[in-house]
Design a protein around this ligand. Sequence first.
Ligand code: IMP
Ligand code: MG
Length: 178
Amino acid sequence: MATDELARARTLYSEAQVQQRVVELADEIQAHYGEEMPLLVGVLNGAVMFMTDLARRLAGDVRFEFMAVSSYGDATVSSGAVKILKDLDSDIAGKRILIVEDIVDSGTTLAYLLRMLRERDPKDVRVVSLLRKPIARQAGPAPDWVGFDIEDLFVVGYGLDFAGRHRNLPYIAALETD
Ligand code: IMP
Ligand code: MG
């Protein structure tokens, strides 16, 4: 049951810590792009909280859209089959794109998104991920900005779910799995 899960969860980053880090990331992103702000592309559903907080901290012509993808398979499947469930609404040719992700674990999802979006001839594509797990530090595409490098834990909250639960938490917690 959901309440039992939370009773056995350990807070990794409090709401204040998350908000503080989002402000820092926004400042770095703003400084990087300057006048020519990118189209923010959020990956549903996990990146929703991060996207809305990040976007509010950016100034200028800031637009955002969402994509939905589904990853098939598990750790035993290395082929990385990812399917688009909801595509972008606009043409991104010649545009600057910033992918907004909740977490990079194996990097399969991100690698697919980067490949797919680059085929559409954007001006450039960069990535900000709130969280990154150890395996992604060794292999796979490197995000341009990372909020927190975490251990190999299963985390929930601030958009991240376990079987659809706990996305609404304003903080990030690690679930004790057994
Ligand atoms: P990847 O393709 O292995 O990098 O996995 C990326 C996706 O898996 C993320 O966008 C999340 O939706 C999900 N995911 C990976 N690790 C976690 C976690 O610890 N908690 C919740 N979702 C996770
Ligand atoms: Mg995600």
